[in-house]
Design a protein around this ligand. Structure first.
Ligand SMILES: O=C(O)CCC(=O)C(=O)O
Ligand SMILES: [Fe+2]
Length: 337
C-alpha cells in the first residue's frame, strides 16, 4: 500500500498513482530510476561556531553543506511541517480555492520565476505540487480561513529565521572570499526572499519520474529543509549522490548568483529530486536574490543584474527549452596570439 495523502488531494494529472496510466503527463526522464546514487556525508557547517575556512572549503568543494546549530527552534520546524502536510492533504479543488494571492498553488510545472509564474516553453515537467510564498507580502495576507492562520504565523517566524541565516552566511562567505564587502553589499537582499513548499507524490508504478529534474538554482543562496523521506541528489565528481535527510538540519545550496559573486570560486551545485517509491515527500525551500538593480561584478563575467539573468533564462527556456545559465554572461578568454 502506498503511503500518501488521499487520491483526491492530488491534481487530476497525477492520479495515475493508483496504477492506471497518466494521460496528462509526458514521459519525464530517460534515466532509469534504478540507477544507483550513493548516499554521502556532505560537509557540515555550524552556524554558532562559524569557521570561515570550513565554510569556504564546503562552498568550493561541494557547493552545498549541511547547516547545524542554526537557531530555529525544533518546535517551529515540526509545526511548520505539520501545517504543510495538512494543507497538501486537502482536496485538490480546496487547495486551488484556498491558496490565493499572495500565495500561489501550482503543480506539474517546469521551472518557475520568483513571482511563481511558470517559465513558458520549458521541456522539463516536475512531478510536484508547490505553494509559493513571497515573504514580504505575508503581513498583508488576510488569512481568514482558520486552516491558514497558524500556518501564516509559522511562515512569518520561519521566514525571519531564514533571512537571519542567509545574511549571516552571506557575510561570512564574503569575508572568506576576501572580496570587498562594499562591492557585494546589495548582492543579497533579504526582501527578495521567498519560500516554496513542495509535495512530491510517491513514485508511480510507471517507474519513470523525477520529482524535480536536474538544475542549478538561480538564487544567491537556497536553503532546503527536507522531511525524513529524502530524495535530494547532488552532482559531484561526475556522480549523482543522495543527500540523506538529517532531522533538524538544513541544506544550504550555493546558487548561480553566488557562483558569479565568488568569481567561480564557489560552485552552484547541480541537483535533482528523486521520488520515493512508497511515500510522498515534503520539502520547505527558501531562496534569496540580489537587490533589484544590484550589479554583480567579477573578473569572469560581464557585469549583470539578476533581472538580466532572469530575462536571459526566460528567453533561453522559451527558445531552447532549457536554462543555459551563467555561461551566457561569461567573458570569453582572449584568443591566443
Ligand atoms: O525539494 C527539494 O528538496 C529541492 C527543490 C529545489 O531544488 C528547488 O526548488 O530548486
Ligand atoms: Fe533547486
Amino acid at each position: 500500500m502506498l503511503e500518501m495523502g488521499k487520491l483526491d488531494s492530488y491534481p487530476p494529472g497525477f492520479r495515475h498513482l493508483n496504477g492506471s496510466p497518466a494521460p496528462l503527463l509526458p514521459e519525464l526522464s530517460n534515466h532509469s530510476m534504478e540507477d544507483s546514487s550513493s548516499s554521502v556525508p556532505v560537509p557540515v557547517v555550524d552556524l554558532q561556531c562559524l569557521s570561515l575556512d570550513n565554510l569556504g572549503e564546503a562552498c568550493k568543494e561541494w557547493g552545498v553543506f549541511r547547516l547545524v546549530n542554526h537557531g530555529i527552534p525544533p518546535s517551529l520546524l515540526s509545526k511548520l511541517e505539520e501545517h504543510v502536510k495538512m494543507l497538501f492533504a486537502l482536496p485538490f479543488e480546496s487547495k486551488q480555492a484556498l491558496l490565493t494571492n499572495p500565495l500561489s498553488y501550482f503543480w506539474g510545472t517546469p521551472v518557475l520565476t520568483p513571482s511563481g509564474a511558470a517559465l513558458r516553453g520549458a521541456l522539463n515537467i516536475n512531478m510536484l505540487e508547490g505553494i509559493n510564498v513571497p515573504l514580504t507580502q505575508l503581513p498583508q495576507f488576510q488569512a481568514e480561513d482558520p486552516r491558514l492562520q497558524g500556518f501564516r504565523h509559522c511562515l512569518e517566524e520561519y521566514g525571519r529565521h531564514l533571512s537571519r541565516i542567509a545574511t549571516t552566511l552571506f557575510e561570512a562567505m564574503v569575508k572568506s572570499l576576501n572580496v570587498c564587502p562594499k562591492q557585494t553589499e546589495s548582492n543579497l537582499d533579504e526582501s527578495t526572499g521567498f519560500i516554496r513548499l513542495y509535495r512530491y507524490p510517491p513514485r508511480s508504478l510507471a517507474d519513470e519520474a523525477w520529482g524535480m529534474m536536474e538544475h542549478t538554482d538561480s538564487s544567491v543562496l537556497s536553503i532546503v529543509n527536507q522531511d525524513r523521506v529524502g530524495g535530494l541528489e547532488i552532482f559531484k565528481d561526475n556522480k549523482w549522490l543522495l543527500v540523506n535527510p538529517v532531522s533538524g538540519t538544513l541544506l544550504v545550496h550555493i546558487g548561480d548568483m553566488m557562483q558569479a559573486i565568488s568569481d567561480d570560486q564557489y560552485m552552484s551545485v547541480k541537483h535533482r529530486v528523486r521520488m520515493n517509491k512508497q511515500e510522498e515527500r515534503v520539502s520547505i525551500c527558501y531562496f534569496v536574490f540580489p537587490a533589484q538593480g544590484s550589479v554583480i561584478r567579477s573578473s569572469k563575467y560581464k557585469p549583470f543584474t539578476y533581472t538580466d539573468f532572469q530575462e536571459q533564462v526566460q528567453n533561453d527556456t522559451k527558445t531552447l527549452g532549457y536554462k543555459v545559465g551563467l555561461d551566457r554572461f561569461k567573458l570569453t578568454a582572449p584568443a591566443p596570439v
